[in-house]
Ligand binder design. Structure first.
Ligand code: AMP
Length: 143
């Protein structure tokens, strides 16, 4: 299974914000959409950074509630690790594990084309394992 087939099921919608969005605005989007990260993009749709719920918690722990007025650019991770639609699910899961993050934006021709979260990866991985188990069972039973 690859990233493109995951996006076929879940769609290519990604929650984004400009670098000037405040942490309060970002937190409101995360809460309303029940998601864990938002991708920071420029006017042309290019990925500039990523802000996850962990970054907001860290900012609040360090500077208190006043950090909610700071712009996303202040706390976003700038070196965003991305993947391409043709990449395998196994590779994306390995990237998340080694990088210790739970979100990987999908980029195609330099533009944001979707996002894979650890929840998406685990869901599709379980489905894949179940399919393999079913195929093996029917092979054993009919063979
Ligand atoms: P997460 O586990 O996705 O909530 O993110 C944990 C930390 O990794 C936060 O500091 C994020 O800004 C950062 N992060 C999340 N996704 C990525 C990514 N794809 N590339 C680089 N850093 C990331």
């Amino acid at each position: 299974m690859n990233v493109a087939s995951i996006l076929k099921t879940k769609g290519s919608d990604v929650a984004t914000a400009p670098r000037g969005a405040t942490l309060a605005q970002v937190a409101a989007v995360l809460a309303n959409r029940r998601i864990g990260a938002i991708v920071i993009v420029d006017g042309g749709g290019h990925v500039e950074g990523i802000v996850s719920e962990r970054d907001i918690i860290k900012a609040i722990a360090a500077r208190g509630a006043q950090s909610l007025g700071e712009p996303a650019s202040e706390i976003m991770t700038r070196n965003v690790v991305t993947c391409q639609p043709g990449e395998s699910l196994d590779d994306v899961m390995a990237t998340m594990t080694s990088g210790r993050f739970r979100h990987v934006p999908v980029v195609e021709n330099g533009r944001l084309a979707g996002i894979v979260s650890i929840g998406d990866a685990v869901k599709h991985h379980i489905a894949e394992v179940e399919q393999e188990a079913d195929a093996l069972k029917s092979y054993v039973l009919t063979g």
